[in-house]
Design a protein around this ligand. Structure first.
Ligand code: HEM
Length: 411
């Protein structure tokens, strides 16, 4: 019989390295009832097979009205402030048939082709940000690189005029406290963003632009359009589902590469030879190994059901722990080894099923461009701080660093 104590979750040590606790849970209590720091009781699903099944199980709803203790339906997407600003009706809070309709409409505008055509602009943004610190020989890669890149990229794609993008960057920074703004003020920042987006969408409606907002306005399906409120909520979720996630892809990914010098050296020489295959498998592996989304956004049981043989009652919240599933030895060989060339890598970092990340092509484009450009332009990039001193943010849904100090030969 197992006598090992249940590991403590949600401590500082856990935020720094949750993987030993996840290994314990996968082995001893794979569907684990716990009390979250907020006091809410929830189930953590940590094995790959259970996680994949739960993500596709339509009896697990995304709509917070199904939470037994939370009849007001508070948002649990990890996106701050959306409820108070009336921005709840978006993909991450709804189920079919509404989800099917909205997802079909947004897919018509947010196409892989639109993203592919955007590649030169992502390269230009990436180079511009590196130009800002390359001569200095040191930088904080979170604040100076990983934070601004995705917000400028999604603003450009949506069609936010350049002169307004710094405002959005600052409001977004207030929301997740990466920026220079004062602490707090989340609700105020979200309201400003909402007002800004509603006004911008109104102006776009009068024009015939080819940006993503104009595409969303025009998207139609059997004569159906997105309503004004739906376009606002859609722009909001595109901004924020893709913002902190991409910061953390770049932050966690660079951190993992700098801590695995042999792997990084192989990638660097492949890039120097102009070979990009290892970059593509490598970014998928970085997502598996230490991905931005630690737990998928919340789900609620709409009836009594079983997950991995454990009874889950109607109304119970369920958190699918992607970070634990993606290190499951039952699915991945040597799961704790970073192997940039890993081929059999169906990780759950972008989720699975109907809520699979709609921004994955954009995230991949940004991840590939950011990492390849950093390693090529700053070839001797190294950590500027003892890894033990690095601070992780310790949120429930996202996993990411507060800062990532680096050093390199000035260029
Ligand atoms: C959904 C991860 C980047 C927009 C998701 C989900 C995950 C995820 C795990 C599913 C959540 C769930 O099932 O509860 C990531 C990661 C990213 C990333 C790891 C970066 C590395 C982006 C970007 C955008 C975006 C760049 C948009 C520009 C969305 C949206 C959804 C979503 C709108 C909801 C889809 C739906 O419910 O149908 N993402 N994401 N994501 N993501 Fe991403």
């Amino acid at each position: 019989m197992n006598t090992a104590p249940v590991p403590e979750l949600f401590t500082w040590e856990f935020a720094t390295d949750p993987y030993p606790a996840y290994a314990w849970l996968r082995e001893h209590s794979p569907v684990h009832r716990t009390t979250l720091p907020s006091g809410v009781e929830a189930w953590l699903v940590t094995r790959y097979a259970d996680a994949r099944q739960a993500l596709a199980d339509q009896r697990l709803s995304k709509n917070p009205v199904h939470h037994a203790d939370d009849a007001q339906g508070k948002s649990k997407t990890g996106i701050p402030g959306e409820r108070s600003a009336g921005l709840m009706t978006h993909l991450l809070n709804i189920d079919p048939p509404d989800h099917t309709r909205l997802r079909r409409l947004v897919s018509k505008a947010f196409t892989p082709r639109r993203v592919a055509e955007f590649a030169p602009r992502v390269q230009e943004l990436t180079d511009g940000l590196i130009d800002g610190f390359a001569a200095r020989g040191s930088a904080d890669l979170i604040h100076e690189f990983a934070f601004p890149l995705p917000i400028y990229a999604i603003c450009d794609l949506l069609g936010v005029p350049r002169e307004d993008q710094d405002d959005l960057r600052d409001w977004a920074g207030m929301m997740i406290r990466h920026g220079k703004g004062p602490r707090g003020g989340v609700a105020r920042a979200v309201k400003k963003i909402r007002r800004y987006l509603a006004d911008l969408i109104h102006r776009k409606r009068l024009g015939d632009g080819d940006d993503l907002i104009s595409g969303l306005i025009r998207a139609s399906d059997h004569g159906e359009h997105l309503t004004e409120d739906e376009v606002v909520a859609m722009c909001f979720v595109l901004l924020f589902a893709g913002f902190e996630t991409t910061i953390n892809l770049i932050g966690n990914g660079t951190h993992a590469l700098l801590r695995h010098p042999e792997q990084r050296a192989v990638l660097q020489s492949a890039l120097a030879r102009g070979e990009h295959g290892l970059l593509e498998t490598g970014v998928e592996e970085l997502l598996r190994f230490d991905g931005p989304v630690e737990m998928a956004t919340w789900r609620y049981a709409t009836e009594d059901l079983e997950i991995g043989g454990v009874a889950v009652a109607e109304g119970d919240p369920v958190l699918v722990v992607l970070a634990a599933a993606d290190r499951d030895p039952a699915r991945f060989d040597h799961p704790d080894t970073l192997d940039l060339a890993r081929r059999d890598n169906k990780h759950l970092g972008y989720g699975h099923g109907i809520h699979y990340c709609i921004g994955a092509p954009l995230a991949r484009l940004e991840g590939h461009t950011a990492l390849a450009t950093l390693l090529t332009r700053l070839p001797d990039l190294r950590l500027g701080e003892d890894p033990a001193e690095l601070r992780w943010r310790g949120g429930l849904i996202m996993r990411g660093l507060r800062t990532l100090p680096v050093e390199f030969t000035p260029r």
